[in-house]
Each structure stands twice: as structure tokens, then as C-alpha cells.
Design a protein around this ligand. Structure first.
Ligand SMILES: *Cc1c(COP(=O)(O)O)cnc(C)c1O
Length: 344
């Protein structure tokens, strides 16, 4: 019965010419313990230049844009956004013109993700929106499209959080089921960070729908609980329509817990502990994490497992985004010096 349901969704996505792209998982050595072993899902390996969450969202979003065949694609976001950087690449690859509406009063320093984005998008295709006007950015872009009505536009909101990205995001929970099948066990807990929340929401909805016992721990690196719940309910209804099913709200609420970072609560807030974690993970696990998303998730996952005495196996989603590290060389050097040879 559940296998049938699972196949229904796979078939539906295949009918949209959407493949369930695969990333591997492997065991971690320094996180978790014997009772609670931890595994990592290497979504960072899906693409060198595009973070894993975004790579999946674009699987369904890009065909929509191509079908619409606009003259320009407006992408809204921060100058350092992984979505702005990632989508610019996919648009250029497909001969579409990105037009960026970025948060900032004037051109910021050419550093980090913004430097990389600038390699793809020339500055005359960038509009700067001040922090004061930022809450109205969607109205401003809409007005821009009205004033330039001879051209056709497709507008991508912050983080590509839009219904067209949902089918792509749904490939993540399906691929987790594939990992479980390969390894022949079921995860008790899953850890994932949330910014717009769409990726975490996709995981929660599919797990509820398939009556999976895996509990989803969502780390809110951005956004508020209230907004996350509103979005969850909104996408729950879309999923119900998409699969012609019922997902009762009580069942959805039982599937997950929300966690607020214990340190550096606000989005983008970082401190030296995060850079020490990046070094620690590199030395002992052999992969890179970024300070905004993954290193925060790794830090907090350790705390959550301890605090709630969770038993495993646990799966941590490494969503990618490590290219952002090029903007943090000073902090990385400092962490390297601090660690010295103590951190073997
Ligand atoms: C964009 C991004 C997220 C957040 O994904 P949402 O679907 O917006 O919650 C998390 N991690 C990384 C590395 C990202 O690039």
C-alpha cells in the first residue's frame, strides 16, 4: 500500500520529466555515539556551483520558466544568496537573461557569493533595493515589469520558494527513501536547516503521507516559527491537491520539531565557534561546511541529540553551499591559528 503510494508520486514526477536525482550517504565518525550513530547525506555533491537544496528546486522550476519563455528572469534576494548565485548559472546555461533585484543601498564589496554572482551577471543587470524598501521588493519588481511592459518577465521570489519549485523539492524525501533501501534500515531522526522552509516542508509532507516514523528536526536558521507553520499549511494544501489526498494537520504536526539555534540566532549571524566547527568537520570527517547553514546545523544537531537523548540512526542533510566560504577567509585563518595542532 505504502509502496504503491510511493510509486504514485515517482510516476507523477516522471510524467513531469523530473528525475529523482541521487546523492549518497555515509557514516560520521565524530558526531553521535554508539546508541545514536549519525549519517550525512551529501547533497553538496549534487553540484559544484549550486547548493543541493536549490539544485532540486530548479528541477521543476526551470522547465516552468523555459515553457513561459520570458525575455528576462527577475531574481530577488540578498547579494550573497545561494539562490541568486545558483539560479543565475542555470539561467545563463539555458540562454535566459537574469535580472537581479538585490538587497543593498549601493554595490557592496566584491566578496564571497556576490563576487561569484558578479562573474555571471554584469552590473547593468543588477538593481539595488535599500533595506527600507526591501519589505516592498515584490511590489517594486511588479511595478518594474509594468513600466517595461514591452518585455515579458518571470519573477522568482527570495529563495525560490514558490509552488513551481515544490515537485523538485519532493525529490529529496524520495531520494532519502532510496538511501534507506540501499542501506536497509530506517532513520529515526532527520536533521535539516530551514530558511524559506520549502525543502524541510517537502520532507515533512512526504514522510507524513507515507506514514514514516522518521522524526524531522528542523533548525530555523532564518524566519520565524509562525511563518514556517503558515507556509507548511499552505504547501500541505498544495500537496493534497497534487496527490489528491488528505494530510490531516495533526499528523503533520506530529512528524517534526522546530529548533531555534542556541547561538547566533539571526540569519547570517556567525561566531568563532562556527568556524572551529568547520575546521573540526574538515579534519575529522573530510568535507567542507559553510558557516550560514551546514556548520550551524552540525553544531546544533550535536546539542539536540544530547539534550533529548535521541537514539539513532540519525541522518543529517548536508545541503551544500560551501562556495560561500570564499567570503570568510579571515575568519578561517583565525580559526586555523586558534586550533593550532590541538585539533588533530
Ligand atoms: C537555500 C539553502 C537552504 C534553505 O533552503 P529552504 O528551502 O529555503 O529552507 C539551506 N541550506 C543551503 C545550503 C541553502 O543554499
Amino acid at each position: 500500500m505504502l509502496i504503491d503510494k510511493h510509486n504514485d508520486l515517482v510516476q507523477k514526477l516522471h510524467a513531469m520529466h523530473l528525475n529523482i536525482v541521487h546523492s549518497r550517504i555515509h557514516k560520521l565518525k565524530t558526531l553521535g555515539n554508539l546508541k545514536s550513530p549519525c549519517f550525512v547525506k551529501r547533497e553538496d555533491e549534487l553540484s559544484f556551483g549550486i547548493s543541493g537544496t536549490k539544485f532540486r528546486k530548479y528541477l521543476s522550476l526551470l522547465p516552468h520558466i523555459l515553457e513561459d519563455s520570458p525575455d528576462q528572469v527577475i531574481v530577488i534576494g540578498s547579494a550573497f544568496s545561494n539562490n541568486v548565485l545558483g539560479l543565475s548559472q542555470r539561467l545563463i546555461e539555458n540562454e535566459l537573461t537574469p535580472l537581479l533585484f538585490l538587497l543593498g543601498a549601493s554595490t557592496p564589496k566584491l566578496i564571497g557569493n556576490f563576487l561569484l554572482t558578479s562573474l555571471f551577471v554584469p552590473s547593468d543587470q543588477i538593481h539595488w533595493i535599500s533595506r527600507i524598501d526591501w519589505p516592498k521588493v515584490e511590489d517594486i519588481t511588479y511595478q518594474y515589469t509594468q513600466e517595461n511592459s514591452s518585455q515579458r518577465f518571470f519573477i522568482i521570489p527570495e529563495g525560490a520558494c514558490m509552488p513551481e519549485a515544490l515537485p523538485g523539492a519532493l525529490t529529496l524525501p524520495l531520494d532519502i527513501l532510496e538511501n534507506e533501501k540501499i542501506e536497509n534500515y530506517e532513520f529515526k531522526n532527520l536533521f535539516i536547516e530551514s530558511a524559506t522552509g520549502l525543502t524541510a516542508i517537502a520532507v515533512i509532507l512526504v514522510f507524513v503521507w507515507l506514514h514514516k516514523t522518521t522524526h524531522v528536526h528542523v533548525l530555523l536558521v532564518a524566519g520565524q516559527t509562525k511563518i514556517f507553520l503558515e507556509k507548511l499549511d499552505h504547501y500541505r494544501k498544495l500537496f493534497e491537491k497534487f496527490m489528491a489526498t488528505d494530510l490531516p494537520w495533526e499528523c503533520v504536526l506530529r512528524q517534526f520539531s522546530l529548533h531555534i539555534p542556541s547561538i547566533n540566532r539571526s540569519f547570517g549571524a556567525i561566531n568563532s565557534a562556527i568556524f572551529m566547527k568547520i575546521l573540526d568537520v574538515a579534519r575529522h570527517e573530510g568535507f567542507l561546511t559553510d558557516p550560514i547553514y551546514s556548520a550551524k546545523l552540525f553544531l546544533e544537531t550535536e546539542r539536540i541529540i544530547d539534550n533529548y537523548k535521541l537514539t539513532g540512526p540519525n541522518l543529517i542533510i548536508h545541503s551544500g553551499g560551501a562556495l560561500a566560504l570564499i567570503g570568510y577567509q579571515t575568519q578561517l585563518r583565525k580559526a586555523w591559528k586558534l586550533a593550532g595542532d590541538n585539533l588533530r
